[in-house]
Ligand binder design. Structure first.
Ligand code: NAD
Ligand code: UD1
Length: 335
């Protein structure tokens, strides 16, 4: 069984990807410093898969930690999720973000070369496109100047990968540009764990429905969209997890010096109000919400052109927005 190192594997997307890797015949090896996750995720993963995954609590900036992993396991590929991801915090503490998000990639690449590990899948984001002029967004849509240090770390990491792959005969890399990940494992045993007040829409919706937040504010209803609220492409985290498995499988068949980027979204945009209505409908609930002012810096509308990932990786999403809203709510109730 091929062993795949998942940095940040105790986190939201990493934990779901661990399940999908296992279901596809890979053995996940998890490295996480638990800076934004909890070690009980390992128990949940065992309940779901019946397998206790190897877990290393440590920092992927720490070369000694990586050495310890390679002394115990022969790693055949890496999925690099570990990063800080709060847009607001990145503006207040940019160095923390550059150090962790960019620094960790440099250390991992060095270690991959030393250990002759060829394959890497990197977590990028649709944030690199900013507000695109033409929709849907294809992979050749020009990237824009980043709105935040967080967004900039994703652009910089992509650029580093382009340069590095050209210089290294032995390496194959895919960057996946995620649109808006939502939902949870259908078992409700794992899901997103936002710390403090959620900044993202769906955790705010579920916490409001659960009575943890009094009401949700819709940030603006006077945009140029069908109902005036902003449009995003909400992708179920299980579909996103599956895209990582497909990416790894695909890399194995490529010649070296390989680099590609893929959008991962559903290919459809939904407004904030549509998300709320869907949540209410599938869960039979009324959500307390109000219309508020626009959020500064918000992208008005974005959604993915998914033809490339469908054609090249043979991936397509299987979960609907209804599934996402049902699974997010199940997860919240379980928390
Ligand atoms: P998450 O915070 O749930 O998971 C990240 C995990 O990495 C956490 O468990 C954290 O403890 C760990 N971590 C952070 N720094 C580490 C380090 N130096 N060493 C070891 N572990 C470390 O976040 P997520 O939503 O699962 O995001 C995963 C990746 O996807 C990130 O790179 C993020 O930037 C990217 N991404 C996320 C979204 C999103 O909306 N969730 C969108 C686009 C891209
Ligand atoms: C945000 C980040 C982006 C990151 C992405 C995924 C910003 C500016 N961008 O994008 O860099 O990659 O998350 O983690 O923070 N909304 C409300 N009320 C709320 C919360 C959100 O109406 O309480 C609306 C927003 O205006 C937006 C939509 O919901 O239209 C989605 O918001 P959010 O979940 O924060 O994601 P993004 O804005 O896409």
């Amino acid at each position: 069984m091929k062993k795949i190192l998942i940095t940040g594997g105790a986190g939201y997307i990493g934990s779901h990807t661990a399940v999908e890797l296992w279901n596809s015949g890979f053995e996940p090896i998890i490295l996480d410093d638990l800076s934004n996750s909890d070690s009980n995720v390992l128990d949940r993963l065992e309940e779901i898969t019946g397998k206790r995954f190897s877990f290393f609590k440590g920092d992927c900036n720490d070369k000694k930690q990586l050495e310890e992993i390679s002394s115990q396991h022969q790693i055949s590929g890496i999925i690099h999720f570990a990063a800080f991801k709060s847009v607001g915090e990145s503006t207040a503490q940019p160095l923390k973000y550059y150090q962790n998000n960019v620094g960790s990639l440099l250390i991992l690449l060095e270690w991959m070369k030393e250990k002759d590990i060829q394959d890497l899948v990197f977590s990028s984001s649709c944030t690199v496109y900013g507000q695109p002029e033409v929709l849907p967004v294809t992979e050749s849509t020009p990237r824009q100047e980043a709105e935040s240090p967080y967004g900039n770390t994703k652009k910089i990491c992509e650029d580093i990968l382009v340069d590095y792959v050209k210089s290294q005969p032995g390496i194959r890399v895919i960057s996946l540009r995620y649109f808006n990940p939502v939902g949870a494992h259908p078992s409700a045993k794992i899901g997103e764990l936002p710390l403090g007040v959620p900044q993202n829409l769906v955790p705010f919706i579920t916490q409001t429905a659960a009575g943890i937040r009094e009401k949700l504010t819709v940030f603006g209803n006077d945009y140029d969209t069908v109902d005036g609220s902003c449009v995003r492409d909400y992708i179920h985290v299980m579909d996103l997890a599956d895209a990582h498995v497909k990416a790894l499988d695909f890399l194995k068949g490529q010649k070296t010096n390989f680099y590609e980027v893929f959008n991962v979204g559903t290919g459809e945009g939904n407004t904030v109000l549509e998300v709320i209505q869907t949540f209410e409908k599938v869960n039979g609930l009324k959500l307390n919400y109000e219309i508020g002012p626009r959020r500064p810096g918000d992208v008005v509308k974005t959604w993915a052109d998914t033809s490339k990932i469908r054609k090249v990786l043979g991936w397509s999403p299987k979960y609907s927005l209804e599934d996402s809203m049902r699974d997010s709510w199940r997860w919240q109730k379980n928390l």
